[in-house]
Design a protein around this ligand. Structure first.
Ligand SMILES: C[S@@+](CC[C@H](N)C(=O)[O-])C[C@H]1O[C@@H](n2cnc3c(N)ncnc32)[C@H](O)[C@@H]1O
Length: 313
């Protein structure tokens, strides 16, 4: 019996099954795999659950005897739910169970969208444009689940504008080695690389669809980039040789992820290298940045605060 668990905290379905709360006549016997889109979730599952976990932008090929999908309006966007449901439909598992957290009406709406025309395969990719002053707009592709899907993030754009402006006015020899952590589909890194001559770009994100989108955008824009799937900055790669670090971290979980970004920035930058982060509220992020860089300068742009620090020797 081969089972695939998909969706938000899908590994909990396995634990609940093992401990009998939801289990029906041994359905979890055999080979169980839990799919995640984010490598952080994969690592968390490996620590806390006794189930095999895979992280990939698309669902692993079967054949699957059972696919169980946990979703709901509060757990993921409707578009991501539909995209994953379509992938499950294409996998053609012997059995499918939907663990829907929400109203019956919303559940039926979601299922109807697939059932109405089961052979129609929709693309959920979106193309949209972004620009910084003095450079032609660039076109980026994004996918459901990856940040930002279908639109540019104003904080990311503010960060790109400030960094591009500062690097353009700098006199230097050779390439600027730039690390874009939490790159999403690549908004900040690609805008800076288009605006500033001779940028050597490394991008990191924990979300597999962000990495997929960044790789695709690197090819379509003709901007070479090394794109790495990682949730803790890949220690050996962050070797104190970068000139510039840019990060637009998520601010949930009490700045814990911003802390991971800044710890990586400190490790990755060479002495004299510059760290730029962005947030809506400087008062929240500044104390975190000061743990790693004693001096923090704030540049306001588009209602966002870009925090700039220089790594000491
Ligand atoms: C606010 S988005 C910024 C995306 C893009 N830089 C922009 O400005 O549009 C934050 C990104 O950080 C990524 N992320 C979250 N935790 C991470 C971690 N521990 N390591 C690497 N990336 C992470 C998310 O997947 C997301 O793509």
């Amino acid at each position: 019996m081969k089972t695939l668990l998909v969706g938000y905290r899908a590994a909990d379905l396995f634990e609940n099954g093992r401990h009998g709360r939801r289990a029906t006549a041994g359905w979890l016997d055999g080979d169980v795999t839990c799919h995640t889109l984010d490598v952080y979730d994969r690592h968390a599952i490996e620590k806390t659950h006794h189930v095999k976990a895979v992280c990939s932008p698309h669902l692993p090929k079967g054949p699957w005897d059972l696919v169980k999908f946990r979703t709901g309006p509060k757990l993921m966007s409707g578009e991501l739910a539909l995209d994953l449901l379509q992938e499950i439909h294409l996998l053609a598992p012997a059995r499918f169970e939907l663990d829907f957290v929400g109203r019956e009406r919303d559940r039926n709406d979601l299922v109807a969208k697939i059932k109405d025309d089961p052979n129609r395969v929709r693309s959920f990719a979106a193309k949209w444009k972004a620009s910084v002053q003095g450079v032609e707009p660039i076109e980026l592709t994004s996918f459901p689940g990856c940040f930002c899907h279908r639109r540019r993030d104003e904080g990311g754009l503010a960060l790109a504008e400030v960094v591009a402006r500062e690097l353009r006015t700098e006199r230097r020899d050779g390439a600027v080695k730039l690390l874009d952590m939490g790159c999403g589909c690549g908004l900040v890194g690609f805008l800076v690389a288009k605006a500033v001559p001779n940028v050597s770009l490394v991008m990191v994100d924990s979300h597999s669809r962000a990495v997929e989108a960044a790789n695709l955008n690197s090819a379509s824009l003709g901007v070479p980039a090394e794109v790495i799937l990682a949730d803790s900055g890949t220690p050996s790669r962050m070797d104190g040789s970068f000139d510039v670090f840019v990060g637009n971290p998520p601010y949930y979980s009490d700045y814990r992820i911003a802390d991971v970004f800044l710890e990586t920035a400190k490790r990755a930058l060479r002495p004299g290298g510059v760290c730029y982060t962005v947030c809506k509220n400087a008062a929240g992020l500044e104390p975190v940045q000061k743990r790693y860089f004693p001096e923090v300068e704030t540049v306001m742009r588009r209602g966002y605060a870009v925090l700039k620090s220089i790594k000491g020797s």
